[in-house]
Write a protein that binds this ligand. Sequence first.
Ligand SMILES: [Zn+2]
Length: 426
Amino acid sequence: MPAADPYVPGHGNRRFAVRTYDLALDYKIATNHLSGRAVLEIEAADTLDQVALDLYGLSVSRVRVDGRQARYTHRERKLRIALATKAKAGTRLRLEVEYAGKPRPMPSVFGPVGWEELTDGVLVAAQPCGAPSWFPCNDRPDDKAGYRFAVTVADGYRVVANGVLEGRAKRAGRTTWQFRQDEPMAPYLAVLHIGRYVGTQAGARVELVHPRGIAVGAGTAFARQADMVEVFDELFGPYPFERYTAVIAADVLEIPLEAQTLSTFGVNHVAPDWENERLVAHELAHQWFGNSLTAATWADIWLHEGFACYSEWLWSEASGRRSAAEWAAEHHRRLALLPQDLVLGAPGRELMFDDRVYKRGALTLHALRGVLGEAFFPMLRDWTTANRWSTVTTPAFVAHARRYTDADVAGLINAWVYGAALPPLG
Ligand SMILES: [Zn+2]
């Protein structure tokens, strides 16, 4: 069966789409034992006699299709569920999977991704292909669905998942935390955090979740996070979700990572220097670029990282530091000294997270801003509004931007995105 996306071979399936995931998970922290029940409402895109889901390293004990016990095989990373009768395109099916085991990160060409045990808790960092380490899914970025989570852990721990906390129920020393994520979400953006955390509100929509005893307010890299939301609201259009949470784990993390409605940082990202603050701005900007508007294929990751990197420069300017133009000039000089063998719109999976994708992507936007002038931010706001909670491609972005000028936008973006040589900056 062909891969849904050549950058993540073996993941995802194009013959069906998931409408909703309903995950009930019971987790024992001391033994890293997870038992789960996943209910997926799917819709066939083709005639199906089986449904192949991605699930890694956990044991399946029972599968039902529309309430009836179903046969299945689970080898390596694929759970294949046999359908008793063929399903035609457009048919909706309800899949119920019961599974358990000790979740672990999924090995991939990007290194281990997904479920990760912390010193005293758990986080999920699933970009780009770690979702199957904790729930059965159709692991492709363009198959977005609604999610519900009910996660049961021992009292004393706090759970954070995507979306809105709907309720908490305590029973016999354990608490079930219920979250609801209605805006469609790609599987790699689904996350779970479990830790001995407390919450600090930072404005009406923004919360910081962090270990007790670690200050995250004034005098830290997170001090102005609520201001960042306001600045980006203005520049990119309304924040696309109800709430935003920054989770700061007690452990040191190499890099922060975005997820839908929340971002993950390490305790090493709290100190109030520019390097940390730009990461806080970067992860927040992914709520618009990456999470609400998700690249349909990983080859277009510059539509996430280029935009998030440019957002760092915009925050720098908005907060009275160096202007975006100064950052652009500096990074153009730096990129000119590096090998020009990377094609931004097709970096290949080995270079998908190369820093040149980030910087050249940001420079592409700055060059486009030079051409569009005052129409640049209205163009961006219309882009996020027209494609909200959806998937996007580079050709769609070119077609969109062309409507705001008579200049040769297609030529400019082609040189920056599909050429290897670094174009001059404006
Ligand atoms: Zn990023």
